[in-house]
Design a protein around this ligand. Structure first.
Ligand SMILES: Cc1ncc(COP(=O)(O)O)c(C=O)c1O
Length: 389
């Protein structure tokens, strides 16, 4: 086995696609220490910079005294700590759904939704750029998979019309695509749902806390709050904590409690995660200013990167892909930026399609004007050197 794996690793390395872990330490909400040097973190999903907010950290510390460091068993076997009920009610109300169920993370929540709710006669229509957790979930499901072109409602409709199966039909999409930063055409898909009567499953991992007047997510942006058949998102991005949730009605949630294997056969989240998520949710419900500060930074960064001539795809929101193309060129650009104190990752296949390797830059609320100006100057300089602009 080792011999074969070594050979495969060598092939990966030759393609410029080899990954190694970088061990870092956070210093401030936006800076990290790596190999003894300070970097501006340009790849955090803590969009509202809440993961180091004193009130949120305090909430986590306080409950450890009361509940301990871990739960040490699954929710089904040893009882759910009461913080679960509080958070499930809060998140369902915040997003306009009847019931909520918390999962240990978004990957497991997506596996649960798709593999548990679908059956062998069913069909899943999935956007071609859906997150790997959704792809793996469809692989685990016994339903048939139909991939439609990215954000292409005409292609989706064509494929729905062509489908002859008698089972249920599900359309699954991310709201904000995690590697492209663009938005799913939710209103158009919703119109198709009215016409064809399928079930709509939305992953709002990167929309929650950011989009819409109240910041409840991308559904709010389209005037569709609470209208998906199944909604999923995480506490581990803008909310600065950890864990994920599924929102739906009573029947769907009870079914997941009874049949979702990634819910039933895993240790429950520690109280500190739940308490920090509760604190973060209270904070963003009462403070839309955080979201507005984030959007100011997003607009500033995108406007200047666009003006410089980078290919940012159709991104809108805090995820800004800077498309480079080749894997090795992407790595060279990443190294140039790292040398100048910018920490961000080159994203390569299989995470993104061949030939579209990119730097995935994320904008957060905590950036100062100086952070952004320095980052822009460095990126534009490197972009010129690499012939990207
Ligand atoms: C769109 C999307 N869905 C699901 C997940 C998985 O969530 P988690 O990190 O909580 O497992 C992620 C990334 O982490 C994501 O980007």
């Amino acid at each position: 086995m080792q011999k074969q794996l070594k050979k495969r690793l060598e092939d990966i390395r030759k393609k410029g696609n080899y990954r190694r872990l970088r061990y870092i330490k956070p210093i401030t909400p936006t800076q990290i220490m790596y190999n003894g040097k300070t970097y501006l973190n340009l790849c955090s999903n803590s969009y509202l910079s809440l993961h180091t907010h004193p009130d949120i950290m305090r909430a986590a510390k306080d409950v450890i005294d009361e509940y301990g460091a871990g739960t040490c068993s699954s929710r089904s076997v040893s009882g759910s700590i009461d913080l679960y009920r509080q958070l499930e009610k809060m998140i369902a109300r915040y997003k306009g759904y009847r019931r909520g169920l918390i999962f240990s993370n978004g990957y497991m929540a997506n596996i649960a939704i798709i593999s548990t709710l679908t059956d062998s006669e069913d069909v899943i229509f999935s956007d071609e750029l859906n997150h790997s957790s959704l792809i793996d979930a469809t692989r685990l499901s016994r339903a048939r998979k139909v991939i439609y072109k990215h954000r292409d409602v005409n292609d989706l409709e064509k494929k729905i019309k062509r489908e002859r199966s008698t089972g249920r039909r599900y359309v699954v999409t991310e709201s904000v695509f995690s590697m492209d930063g663009d938005i799913a055409p939710l209103s158009d898909i919703y119109e198709l749902r009215e016409k064809y009567g399928f079930h709509m499953v939305l992953d709002d991992a990167h929309g929650t806390g950011i989009f819409g007047q109240k910041g409840t997510g991308v559904e709010e942006l389209f005037g569709l709050s609470g209208s998906m058949d199944v909604h999923m998102a995480t506490f581990g991005k803008a909310l600065g904590s950890f864990g994920a949730f599924v929102l739906s009605d009573e029947v769907v949630i009870n079914f997941l409690v009874n049949r979702a294997r990634t819910f039933m056969y895993t240790t429950a989240l520690p109280a500190s995660c739940l308490a920090s998520a509760i604190a973060a949710l209270k904070m963003i419900r009462h403070n839309a200013g955080y979201k507005d500060e984030l959007w100011k930074n997003i607009d500033y960064m995108r406007t200047h990167l666009n003006a410089a001539g980078f290919d940012l795809k159709d991104s809108f929101g805090p995820i800004i892909p800077i498309v480079v193309g080749e894997d090795t060129k992407t790595l060279r650009m990443q190294e140039l930026l790292m040398r100048k104190g910018l920490f961000l990752q080159g994203i390569r296949p299989p995470t993104v399609p061949e030939g579209t390797s990119r730097l995935r830059l994320t904008v957060v609320r905590g950036f100062t004007q100086e952070d952004m100006d320095n980052a822009l100057e460095t990126i534009i300089h490197a972009g010129k050197k690499m012939g990207l602009v």
